[in-house]
Design a protein around this ligand. Structure first.
Ligand code: 5GP
Length: 175
């Protein structure tokens, strides 16, 4: 491979799968007898979405959105745009947004409001990763896989320049 860079492992596949089982069980219990409508945020949340959905023992529908925040460099400006909207109607449904990472909170702050305007019965957030130290707007996920320090992470759906999404673990680049 060209441009070989050392990748440090932060969270292994086993750790993540174990956590997904726990959260899946928790959601299944909390929504027992009901159905949920999962909304995955593309592209970062794909692996985590798959992990969560296969651990649900309740009726489940899935859908996806693409939300992009525009800003300079790696920090977000607060301007979020929906590039791909939902396929289905969420009115009166129990919606859970499945996100890869909550960083400044800007994207989810916008997305939550955007979806709440369609009057779902309930609206919660399940994120693989949380970086609370980076928050610019108040945003708390209901289900958090792992809270991490301020590192730029890759893998398990997360990219750097569209690369590394396929890594079966969460890591960070050295240097
Ligand atoms: P926020 O709006 O919370 O600042 O940003 C959320 C989005 O920024 C995430 O969905 C993700 O796409 C990107 N992001 C934030 N932190 C990281 C990170 O450490 N690594 C990667 N690959 N993307 C990140």
């Amino acid at each position: 491979m060209e441009n070989m860079q050392t990748i440090n492992v932060l969270l292994t596949r086993e750790q993540i799968e174990e956590r997904a089982k726990e959260i899946g069980k928790q959601i299944s219990e909390e929504y027992a007898g009901k159905s949920v409508y999962l909304i995955g945020t593309l592209k970062g949340a794909v692996m985590w979405m798959a992990d969560i959905m296969k651990n649900l023992e309740i009726d489940t529908e899935i859908d996806f959105v693409v939300a992009s925040s525009y800003g300079s460099g790696t920090s977000t400006s607060g301007v979020v745009k929906i590039k791909k909207d939902l396929d289905g109607d969420i009115y009166d449904k129990n919606v859970i947004i499945i996100e890869d990472i909550v960083d400044t909170g800007t994207t989810l702050h916008f997305l939550k409001k955007y979806l709440a305007d369609r009057n779902p019965k309930s609206l919660k957030i399940c994120t693989l990763l949380d970086k609370p130290s980076r928050r610019l707007v108040e945003m708390e996920a209901d289900y958090v896989g792992f809270s991490i320090e301020n590192l730029f992470v890759i893998g398990y759906g997360l990219d750097y320049d569209q690369k590394y999404r396929n890594l079966p673990y969460v890591g960070y680049l050295e240097g």
